[in-house]
Design a binder for this molecule. Structure first.
Ligand SMILES: *Cc1c(COP(=O)(O)O)cnc(C)c1O
Length: 408
């Protein structure tokens, strides 16, 4: 099989592209016309693959979906306008009232907020420390339908017990959703840890340049949907491998309408071509920066799975090609994190991660502000915690920027 980047670069050409274009063009149109009305009817009735209305399918988006399916080694993918839309639409499409979900408590802040909304409309939610499978197992109930984890948690970099949770879910016929945003399919393919569905925020590493929002859900083929009680009869047509994703496309994407635009899909597909190149460099720099900060007297603690003192260092080493490109750290008492951040010249004070530029943010005051001090404490987020998303700048320049800012 061709390598990771070879596949990404050449995936579009497996279907003929208009005029031999080397990039899949942007199909900036809403609806598609048919010479024979029967063609339109067949597409509507699902008897024929094709394009009718771009809220559900668009050729530029479909080309990106195939690319992501290949990257995740999966069966099929549905794209969404954002990563949050992918997560929200997936759970909305698959769950019913009184179903129970076990989620990692170390979650991207907006995912945590979304799951609390689901709880308020009748989905039972349990949040557990997913770095140990026993916590997930102890939370299971007869009504549990789905388990949700992130690979490396943002911002504290806890690594979920991915393989053992996958085995548990497989034994109990539970849908296992893995948010692979922080690792990206270049560092880790959740299909190998028995994931049923893989979520990616395309906004982050896959697109990479910080110029487009997008999300995706990939079906791995691991889950037997014929065992799942919530599939509508209408969606039990194809092989049962695809029932779940069909329902996500219909009930999630079509009915909710958080559709990825063809323009954004084009940007993301272009960015994805260099995912492996960018990630190699970003991860190598993150490791050097983590080592530098770890030995610095002004730094109290560094959280990065590539450091030997990280609680899940061995797990990250075993599962991931590299330990990621995001780290966080706390300065020693007496150094004001805001003053420190303002002294950085190259590093930009900004949210987002996975950009080519290195971005830093004081976490408790911004992305985790809304959840309040008690919740932050349970997630291990200190007031002084600074998150750094490492970019592709030259490593020496970045370390010098940190060095100078720490000296003064
Ligand atoms: C950013 C992020 C999301 C949400 O993605 P958006 O594209 O910003 O909606 C979900 N999960 C993780 C782990 C993220 O970092």
């Amino acid at each position: 099989m061709p390598g990771f980047t070879t596949q990404i670069i050449h995936s579009d050409r497996q279907q003929p592209i208009e005029h031999g274009s080397l990039h899949k063009p942007i199909h900036a149109n809403v609806a598609f016309g048919f010479d024979d009305v029967q063609g339109l009817v067949d597409v509507f009735q699902g008897k024929q693959k094709g394009f009718a209305y771009s809220r559900q399918v668009n050729p530029t988006v479909t080309a990106l979906e195939s690319k992501i399916t290949k990257m995740e080694n999966g069966v099929d993918t549905v794209c969404f306008a954002t990563g949050m839309a992918a997560i929200g639409s997936t759970l909305f499409a698959l769950l019913r009232k009184d179903d129970h979900v076990v989620s990692s408590s170390f979650l991207f802040g907006n995912t945590n907020s979304l799951f609390n909304t689901f709880a308020s409309i009748g989905v039972d939610m349990s949040f557990v420390d997913a770095t140990a499978v026993s916590n997930v197992e102890n939370a299971l109930r007869d009504t549990t339908r789905l388990v949700f984890v992130e690979t490396i948690a943002n911002p504290r970099t806890q690594v979920s017990d991915l393989e053992r949770i996958g085995k548990l879910c497989a034994d109990r016929s539970l849908i296992y959703v893995v948010d692979n945003t922080m690792t990206s399919p270049f560092l880790f393919q959740p299909i190998d840890s028995s994931a049923s569905l893989v979520v990616n925020s395309l906004t982050k590493y896959i697109s990479g340049h910080g110029n487009a929002l997008g999300g995706a859900v990939t079906e791995t083929g691991n889950f037997d949907w014929s065992q799942f009680p919530n599939i509508h009869d209408d969606y039990k047509k194809d092989s049962s491998e695809k029932w779940g994703l069909t329902q996500i496309r219909k009930k999630g994407l079509r009915d909710f309408g958080a559709t990825l635009s063809p323009e954004a899909a084009f940007h993301i597909a272009l960015g994805a071509e260099t995912l492996a190149l960018r990630m190699e460099r970003q991860c190598a720099t993150a490791q050097s920066l983590a080592n530098f900060l770890h030995q610095h007297s002004c730094v109290e603690r560094v959280y990065y799975p590539g450091l030997e003192n990280h609680p899940e260092h061995e797990r990250a080493d075993k599962l991931f090609q590299r330990p990621g490109a995001l780290l966080s750290f706390e300065l020693v008492d007496g150094i004001d994190p805001f003053q420190f951040l303002n002294r950085l010249k190259l590093v930009i004070n900004s949210t987002n991660l996975g950009d080519n530029r290195t971005l830093a943010i004081p976490v408790a005051h911004t992305i985790y502000y809304e959840m309040g001090p008690e919740m932050r404490a349970t997630m291990g987020i200190a007031d002084s915690l600074i998150r750094v998303s490492v970019g592709i700048e030259d490593c020496e320049d970045l370390i010098e920027d940190f060095d100078v800012a720490l000296q003064s």
